[in-house]
Design a binder for this molecule. Structure first.
Ligand SMILES: [Zn+2]
Length: 65
């Protein structure tokens, strides 16, 4: 329960509501329910955003299986 209301985009790891058809970040349509950890990026210029390789402020899964 809890965080698993989200699914993770297999392309960019963005978390989105489980009933969304498309990834709001990259538009991808392939998702995984098997993910761990959540990180919220508020600044795409931050070191953590660069480390994660994300280009848009959003919430992301840390690990995707
Ligand atoms: Zn995506």
């Amino acid at each position: 329960m809890g965080q698993k209301v989200f699914k993770a985009c297999k392309n960019c790891r963005a978390l989105t509501n489980s009933d969304d058809a498309k990834c709001p970040v990259c538009g991808g349509q392939s998702f995984s329910d098997d993910w761990e950890g959540m990180i919220i990026i508020v600044d795409e210029e931050s070191e953590i955003a660069k480390l994660m390789g994300v280009q848009k402020p959003w919430k992301y899964a840390i690990n995707l299986k």
